[in-house]
Write a protein that binds this ligand. Sequence first.
Ligand code: BEZ
Length: 188
Amino acid sequence: MTIDTQLENQYRFDLDTFDDIWVFGYGSLIYKVDFDYFESAYGYVHGFSRRFWQGSHDHRGTPKHPGRVLTLIPTPEETCFGRAFRVDKSVFEHLDHREKNGYLRELTTIELSDRTVEGIVYIANRDNAAFLGDAPIDEIGKQIAESRGPSGFNKDYVFQLADALRLHNQHDPHVFSVEAAVKSALPS
Ligand code: BEZ
């Protein structure tokens, strides 16, 4: 199911009053930065966990064979590591297009090592048409191992994220168990 949230995102917040704004990345934004930014810092959002519960029909899968990509699920007591960027508001046009399949801009508080800032995070909520939700870990691994879309193999999205988290000494049990499940689902 492909849905396009670009228009809705433009009306969610009036960015015209900002000179620049922070955006928080918890997935591919950690390792794939294809936009200009003024500064960047690693940090956390509280009350969320990262899950491979969003279907990808346009990047890491196809409408017939969707892949699985990340979204944030509200989880009290949990904290999610990521990378924040202070960007010009024009960057949101690019990000809205890149993340158009179900993701909506949400305001969030981002804790950086030396300060706390308000910013935007893209979240695909449970009620979006591409949401897949939870599944047994071996099924998630198999689906990802078998999926590929215009942006490449779904497995590479998982492996690149897991490598980036290890580089920053971040242990994310969900990401690492999905990584292991994908590896066991791949033909040897
Ligand atoms: C990211 O953090 O890479 C991201 C994830 C989902 C939508 C937009 C950005």
